[in-house]
Design a protein around this ligand. Structure first.
Ligand code: S3P
Length: 442
């Protein structure tokens, strides 16, 4: 479809050695919850309010899609939104393809919603997003009765109206995007939809649906949604994104003398793998002022102090509970004492980039030794990193991880292909500067 524009980032970052970080800060709103708040707010019967929404590339893509589906969204300021929900049957046929840009979450969650509509739609995105696997959603959606055409297993996805039926689906990989896609489709299906997950993928969709009055039953690894209920609007403050906080946490753990306080961070237990992993590596992380916020999401403040990390073995449920944090953890492993081994993490290869290969390649340019495995990596530390020019591959989490590596390298580091860090953490550079790091846009 011709309305999709492809943009490759040409921005670069310059990083100088600056190990110790000091200060207190917040990080932008949770990306996963921000996507869901727009989609579920649109399907609610009435007006939802949200504060602390994430104004980043990925979530703005979802906002654009919801607007194309006829939903009015008012932005009082960048992070305060009102969504005028139109109920489960209130979406309108979009005038063109829905552009998810780089956002896998937008594409996979919206596919579930679009599969149940009475009008056709096309979901598309950037070259990067077109490369990502979509069979993991098209296959179970088809089992529910959806009419959906993919292109070699990827986007663009052409969806035509169909009658959906609830199914029981055993997911082959633990994925919150797949689970959420099917639960959202289940809202439009006849009968119950049950998803069985192999591991604890993030459960923001279940928590939000439940808080909006939809019966979602969770029985161990089995989640069942019963359709036929209107969604009640919500009023919520979105917590800071733990996956964004993770970069600052790793930087603080590595910087001799660091003390960093992070306020109002989401600590949903399906997301706290990074805290468990860093603590197992010897990190000093104190959790304070824990509270339950709206839509069932727990939040807390965190204080992170420098400590010499040690290498550990990471596998099992910790992988899905920290899936977005492994690029940063690879940097941590280069500075830890002893061997860090990560296995059962092949999912890292189908994120915005192949995050195992890309991080291994870029860390090697900085002088590190990294052993790649099909489903993970082995890093022996501590290793000296050398500043040089590295490529962020237009993957926000790669860019931020390389910035943290640059802070701990000898000499200056230049990161090309860095503009994409606005996909999840606008203000990352300014936040790090505020903590004393020497990093700037070129
Ligand atoms: C997300 C789920 C995860 C994560 C992604 C956001 C979500 O992907 O990597 O950044 O919001 O549901 P998978 O569910 O595909 O593992």
């Amino acid at each position: 479809m011709s309305n999709i524009k492809y943009q490759i980032s040409t921005r670069s970052l310059h990083v100088h050695t600056s190990r110790a970080l000091h200060g207190a800060t917040q990080v932008p709103g949770d990306k996963s919850i921000s996507h869901r708040s727009l989609i579920l707010g649109a399907l609610a019967e009435g007006t939802s309010q949200m504060r602390g929404w994430l104004p980043a590339g990925d979530t703005l893509a979802t906002l654009g899609c919801m607007s194309m589906l006829g939903i009015d969204i008012e932005r009082r300021d960048a992070t305060t939104l009102t969504v005028y929900g139109r109920g489960l049957r209130g979406l309108e046929a979009p005038p063109a393809a829905l552009d998810c840009v780089n956002a896998g979450t937008a594409m996979r969650l919206l596919s579930g919603v679009m599969a149940g509509q009475s009008f056709p739609s096309v979901l598309d995105g950037s070259v990067q997003l077109r490369r990502r696997p979509m069979r993991r959603i098209t296959e179970p959606l088809r089992r529910m009765g959806a009419h959906i055409e993919d292109h070699g297993g990827g986007a663009p996805l052409h969806i035509s109206p169909a009658r959906l039926y609830g199914v029981t689906y055993q997911m082959p990989v633990a994925s919150a995007q797949v689970k959420s896609c099917l639960l959202l489709a289940g809202l439009f299906a006849e009968g119950q939809t049950t998803v069985i997950e192999p591991g604890p993928a993030r459960d923001h969709t279940e928590r939000m649906l439940y808080s909006m009055g939809t019966p979602v039953q969770v029985d161990g690894k089995q989640i069942t949604l019963s359709p036929g209920h209107t969604l009640q609007p919500f009023n919520m403050t979105i917590p800071g994104d733990l996956s964004s906080a993770a970069f600052l946490m790793v930087a603080a753990c590595l910087g001799d003398g660091s003390r960093v306080e992070l306020r109002h961070i989401g600590i949903n237990p399906t997301r706290t793998g990074i805290i468990d992993i860093l603590r197992a590596m010897g990190a000093q992380i104190d959790i304070e002022k824990q509270a339950q916020e709206e839509a069932g999401e727990p939040v807390a403040d965190m204080i992170i102090r420098w400590a010499q990390l040690k290498g550990i073995d990471i596998s099992g449920d910790l992988i899905v509970r920290a899936i977005d944090e492994f690029p940063a953890l690879m940097v941590a492993a280069t500075q830890a004492d002893g061997r860090t081994t990560v296995s059962q993490a092949a999912e890292l290869r189908v994120k915005e980039t192949d995050r195992i290969a890309v991080m291994a390649g870029e860390l090697r340019k900085m002088g590190a030794e990294v052993e790649e495995r099909p489903d993970g990596f082995i890093i022996d530390g501590p290793q000296k990193l050398r500043g040089t020019t590295v490529d962020g591959y237009d993957d926000h989490r790669i860019v931020m991880s390389l910035v943290i590596a640059g802070l701990h390298a000898e000499g200056a580091t230049t990161i090309t292909g860095a503009g994409s860090l606005n996909d999840s953490f606008p203000g990352f550079v300014e936040t790090l500067q505020g903590l004393g790091a020497n990093v700037e846009w070129m």
